[in-house]
Each structure stands twice: as structure tokens, then as C-alpha cells.
Design a protein. Sequence first.
Length: 437
Amino acid sequence: MTTTWRTLVSAAALCPALAAADNGYFQIGYGAEARALAGSAAASTRDAFGGASNPATTVWVGDRMEGNFIATRGDTQMVRTANMPPPTGGLLDTRTDSIGRWEPLAELAISRVIAPGLSAGLVAYSNGAGTYFPADSTPCPSPTGAVKMANAACGSGRSITTIKQLTVAPTMSKQLGERWSVGASLLLTAQQFKAEGVQPLAPQSAAPQHLSNQGVASSFGVGVRIGAYWRATDTLSLGAAWSPRTRMGRLKAYEGLLADHGRLDVPMNLLVGLQWSPTETLSVLLDYQRIGYAGVSGLGNRPFDGSVLRGATGGPGNGWKDMNVVKLGVRYQATPALRLSAGASANSAAYADAATSDNLNSPSTFRWHFTLGLGYATSERTEWSVFYSLAPAHRTIGPSALAAAVGAQLNGVSNPWGRESLATRQQSIGVQYAVRF
């Protein structure tokens, strides 16, 4: 077990490195098997990652360990046409690309049979999102009346907001008869948050000294996920799992930015799905997922409208909505050793186009994901897998809150003609090693 635990520790050290994500700030799936199938995993029993999707599935896996290493990159373009009237024409106009960077992360899972029909496991996985916009990209007004170059939010330095969550999930799964199983995972979640370059929001904050450039803030929480699995026939399996909202500790360093004095909980997550295998070599998987972003005040509360200050109880959020995701995957066992997979997923919008301006640093604009994967068994006990996923850019367009505010400040009349747009494209590639004990 020495090699196994060395692998686990190495992978866990990389898990918090995430800085981009797929469905809101949730990953499309966990483990190379699910990622190659556009995240379909509710009724799959081929790997030990059930604790991250459906813990009821892991009792069918046996003794198994997997380590998944991933590189992901999101590229965002922000465009603002402020339409400021003379003599301020051109002020605030910008076309800014995020600072491109590949981010490493890792996932790991282990499952062991501890009694007939009973397994114990451990899964470590991560969620998160973030964007890095450069400094000095936008002409902005200064207190002296002169024009200065600043970031896209007219703040000093880079404009950054990142959230990173690492969850370690001890999992138990119990078989009930020949066709049923249930399972539960304890979700031990650590969270980090950082914001820079949003100093212009200070007049809107209840605690402006805890708004921007406060370094990395951390918080912790404990949640649970429960699941059920049913092999309805020899060719059809059904699965479902649910995790209620995980209440996280306050991010006190940013209690002037995040609603409810720095609260950013992990949203409710519901997953149901099926696997249909018409032949021994072909399987079709279909999942539906609902993520309860609207119930997380820091994301789901309505955007700033002047009625409540940022950071206060019931303060503004980003206007995020509950997200619906449909995932379809096809797996084909081409030979006893070679497995081919492909998938596509579609999700509802994280926020309405009208809230584009409020999501400058959380531009989760994705609506589609396309995936490919390949697995090859090098022996009866070991297997290598690779996958690739692409989320094409989808552009959201809405009114510019900054143009309206600056227009009112400089000209005494709000400027309703300014427009902002965001578009993010993301790629991920990964490799996974699996071993049966």
C-alpha cells in the first residue's frame, strides 16, 4: 500500500489548483471515465469516483484505486462599448482578453471491499472558477478629471476573482440484494477565495476595508451526499444522488464583497441518470443534473441595485440561477483492452444576459461541452485513460453598469446605452491511471 498512498498524497496536493470550471463552478464530471462521457456517471459502476457523483455505485467496483491528472484552460474575452457622449467619447471602451494560463489539478479515488456487499472508499476532487484580466487595459476617469489606464473594472492592478474548493469524501456503499445498492459520502470541503482590482466598488460596500486585495481567504464546511442504484434489467441501470447545500464558514477577509458578511456556501446538487447497454460492447448513458446556485446568497442574490450594500445581510450577489444540465455519453468496448468514449452536455445559463456586467470576474458563459476519451488496459489489473473536453465560447451581452454610473457622475445623467459582453472558451485534457488490487 505504500505506493498507493504516495499516489494519493501527491494527487491531493494538486487538487486545489483549479481556476476554471464547466457547469457554473462545478466540474463537468469526476474521473476520466465520467469526463470522457460529458460527465455521465449516475448509473455507471466502472470506477471508484462514485463518492463524487453517486456513492451507491462504488460497492460494485471492488478493490480499485485511480489517480487522474488534468490540465485545464479557460480564455475569456470582455468587450465594453460605453457609448459615452462627447466630450467623453471612448471613455471606458475596452476589448480585453483574460491572461491565458493552463491550470493543473488532480483527482483521486480508492474503493475497498470490507465485507460481503459492503465497500468503503475515499474520493478527493475539486471545483472552482476564476478569471484574470490584465491591468491598464481600459481608459477610465480619475479623481482629478484626467483619463487613466486601469483594469476592465477601472480598478488598480489586475482584476481577479477566484474560488477554489477541495472536497475529500469518505464513502460507504452497501449492496441490497442482487440488484440494489445505496451509499453515502461525507463531504469535507475546504474553500479559498481571492479578489483583486475591484476597488471602485468601495462606495457600494458595507465594509470597504474588506472588499479587495485581501489575499487568500479560507473557510471550511461539512456536507453529505446520498445515493441509490438499481440494476433494473441486464441491460438497464438507474441511479440517483442528492447533496443538500453545504454551509461554509465565513470568508471574513471579503465580508465587504460577498453577501451575508462573507458567506459562500456549496450549492445543492441533484443527479439522476441511466445506463443502457444493448450489447456487451456498447453503452449509452444519460444524466440530468440540477445545481442550486440560486440558494447560495453570494451568487444567487440579485445584483447590486442600491437597496442593500455589498457584504451586508441579504446583500447583492451575481444574479445566478439554478442550473439544469443534460449529459449524454456513449462508450464502446472496441476490443477487450481498448475502450472508446464520446459525449456532449448542454446546460442552462448561469445568469441572465442582463446580469453580464455583474459577472465580469465570474464569466461562466458555457452552454455546451463536447468530450472524447480512450482507455487501454495494459494488464488484467491496470488501465490508462485519456480524455479531452471542449466548451465553445458562448457570448452574453447586457447593459454596462459601469457606463451608467460614470455617465451619471460626469454628466449628471445615467448612460443607458453602454453595453458589455463576455465569452469564455475552455479546454481540458487529462490522463488517468487505475489499478485493481
